[in-house]
Design a binder for this molecule. Structure first.
Ligand code: SER
Length: 320
């Protein structure tokens, strides 16, 4: 590969694992990690790192020129629950960082861009079951509005300026290496940590709140497969629906109980319940299957086994 890869937001839940995977695949020096602050020891030790504010175009341009960057993964964003508390900051971060990266593409300073969208682009009027690729969206959260607008801009930059931007609407992501921060689906990560450390968990969503979810390994593989796919196969330049499993807090608690019989869950829904209620229960990802061969490998049982195994045998990662 001639050019290098830049990951913006490399210290977050997805960014950390994405960076490690890309480094393994393309070589340590070809993959530049960046974030507004330093990340885990593992990440910091694994290769080149730059402190970078994604909303600062000049700083971004400088890093891109210095390292001869060809591909950018923009993983920095403010997630759903935090964005409700800081609407303007969320909008500024989520949109300005995207504009900066899309403009690098427009000016031919980078060749290829990955930008994550989310199930949060859907809203209360969206069909909840097997939500189609193209449907009513009308998101009701600040985060969802920023992702929906972002999708429109990605499509626009592709059509108008030929920018090779690719995107996935991630479901809730479950991982053990780095904690998520400020999302509505975070309970599905916290529950495993609490199951191991305390044996019980107080869930901020109701027992029967069904949401689309995915194990991180599947999410990373999907991201790399989409980025490696032949450009002609990528028919959707807004963002692809992507699915693996759907479950409720009650389902995940039951799957943990099967391994840890004394595990106990209680429910104290908070403001995040309304966010979860506005999102789909399950996602139809047939377009991703058709266009670039997407196929998930992890269901809930397999995810629970992996999470408990890793968290039981490794030190608990510190929360961001
Ligand atoms: N997992 C994210 C959140 O809960 C959705 O993309 O905010």
């Amino acid at each position: 590969m001639k050019h290098s890869i830049l990951i913006i937001g490399a210290c977050g839940q997805i960014g950390t694992e994405l960076t490690m995977n890309l480094r393994q695949k393309y070589g340590v020096d070809k993959v530049i990690a960046s974030d507004i602050r330093e990340g885990s020891e593992d990440l910091m030790r694994s290769g080149p790192f730059e402190i970078l504010d994604a909303t600062d175009y000049d700083a971004l341009e400088e890093v891109v020129a210095y390292y001869e960057i060809g591909e950018v993964y923009l993983m920095a964003a403010m997630l759903s629950a935090t964005a409700e508390k800081f609407p303007e900051r969320a909008w500024n971060l989520n949109m300005n960082s995207l504009f900066n990266v899309l403009n690098l593409g427009k000016e031919k300073k980078v060749d290829k861009i990955f930008w994550p969208s989310s199930i949060a682009v859907f809203g209360p009027n969206t069909p909840k079951k097997n939500t189609p690729q193209n449907t009513i969206m009308e998101p009701s959260t600040v985060y969802g509005i920023s992702k929906q607008s972002g999708e429109r801009w990605c499509e626009y930059y592709h059509q108008k300026y030929g920018v090779d931007v690719r995107s996935i609407r991630y479901p809730g992501l479950i991982s053990w290496k780095t904690m998520p921060g400020g999302g509505t689906t975070d309970y599905a990560v916290e529950i495993y940590h609490e199951a191991i450390t305390n044996g019980d968990f107080t869930c901020f969503l109701k027992a029967d709140t069904k949401l689309p979810m995915m194990y991180m390994e599947d999410a990373i593989r999907a991201t790399l497969e989409l980025m490696e796919a032949d450009g002609e196969k990528i028919k959707i330049r807004s963002s692809y629906n992507l699915a693996a499993m759907s479950f409720t807090p009650n389902d995940i608690a039951k799957s943990i109980e099967r391994q840890l019989p004394n595990f106990n869950i209680t429910y104290e829904p908070d403001s995040r319940q309304a966010i979860a209620d506005s999102w789909p229960n399950s996602i139809d990802d047939s377009q991703a299957q058709q266009d670039w061969g997407w196929k998930p490998e992890y269901n809930l049982e397999k995810t629970t086994r992996e999470m408990l195994m890793h968290l039981g045998s490794v030190k608990k990662p510190s929360a961001e």
